[in-house]
Design a binder for this molecule. Structure first.
Ligand SMILES: [Mn+2]
Length: 323
């Protein structure tokens, strides 16, 4: 990793302004690594902003911003319009936790910026940002926060305990509590962050969720079923749910014996049915979701279907799996 850290540092030092951007509907891995990088960039006396389009539907992210405010950790954010207005040839955009052009938080900024660095841990798909000056995509990493923990160690820098906490939480979320993609290095990254003062009570605070939401999800998990020898499915009722509810159900189904891939199907808008798919890695759910016009990654993908009922959507998913 030393090589990438060396080049990354050179890039940061080369430009006057650095924008950091993650994927649409940011999570704690995307933002945890963004904030860590923000601290590193500003320690080099460079102007830095995290791009924030207000797209996050994640309750942990809202809590994260509240806690940063309470603990007086100041992070400069920039909205899409302002970021586009202030863009110059001397701006570097560092993209974290995503490498597909259609999945970044702001496509506009990506299209208009001249200099790009990508840091990601998802398996590289055929659709990736081709224009990057530096691209480091390593799928043996559990998360980008894992990479950032090692970057801190390499630079011999530390971050505020609150930021270390957010980063550890990012690792936990991406590994589903050290169950997926976890290596010796992942634990070591968590140890590095713990030594910087990551707090476990604060971490639990970030991960806490609404009891009603939890119970509702449990209800659907309970009524899920196997569609073949290694795939589980959950079809929800006809109420409207947030895409993240679907994602969480699919993720939860992966915990069970025999389940290699999971699908949750539910209404996410008046006329849109969402499908969320997860896999442990042996089943390519990206390919299955692509057949439905969706996309994502090998282990984490989604699709949206319009003008169909949940039952019809289920048939389409089953058909896409059979192909
Ligand atoms: Mn991630």
């Amino acid at each position: 990793m030393t090589d990438i850290f060396k080049s990354l540092t050179e890039y940061i030092k080369k430009y006057s302004t650095i924008y950091i951007m993650t994927h649409k509907n940011p999570d704690l891995d995307g933002l945890g690594s963004s904030i860590c990088l923000y601290e590193i960039v500003t320690s080099f006396k460079k102007e830095c902003f995290i791009i924030d389009t207000g797209d996050s539907k994640n309750s942990s992210v809202q809590k994260m911003y509240d806690i940063l405010r309470e603990r007086k950790v100041e992070i400069k954010l920039k909205g899409e319009k302002e970021a586009l207005k202030d863009l110059t040839d001397d701006t570097l955009l560092i993209i974290v936790d995503v490498h597909k052009p259609e999945m970044v938080e702001s496509k506009e900024i990506l299209e208009h910026v001249k200099n790009i660095v990508i840091l990601d841990h998802h398996i590289k798909g055929s659709h990736y940002i081709k224009r990057a000056n530096l691209s480091y995509i390593n799928s043996s990493l559990s998360s980008v926060t894992e990479l950032m923990a090692y970057y801190l160690k390499y630079l011999n820098k530390t971050v505020d305990p609150v930021i270390a906490t957010i980063m550890v939480t990012g690792i936990e979320i991406d590994t589903n509590n050290y169950k997926l993609k976890t290596t010796e290095k992942t634990y070591e990254a968590a140890a590095i962050l713990t030594s910087m003062g990551a707090e476990s009570i604060l971490k639990q605070e970030l991960l806490k969720e609404d009891k009603t939401a939890y119970l509702k999800r449990s209800h659907f998990v309970k009524h899920s079923y196997m569609i073949n020898h290694n795939m589980a499915m959950c079809t929800m009722d006809d109420e409207i749910y947030a895409p993240k509810d679907l994602a969480e159900i699919a993720e939860q189904l992966l915990q069970f014996d025999e389940v290699e891939a999971s699908f949750s199907i539910g209404r996410i808008k008046e006329d849109v049915i969402g499908v969320s798919a997860r896999s442990l890695g042996n089943v390519d759910v990206e390919q299955i979701m692509e057949r439905l016009g969706g996309g994502g990654h090998l282990t984490d993908a989604a699709a949206q279907l319009t003008a169909v009922s949940i039952e019809q959507a289920k048939e389409k998913v089953l058909h896409a799996i059979e192909r």
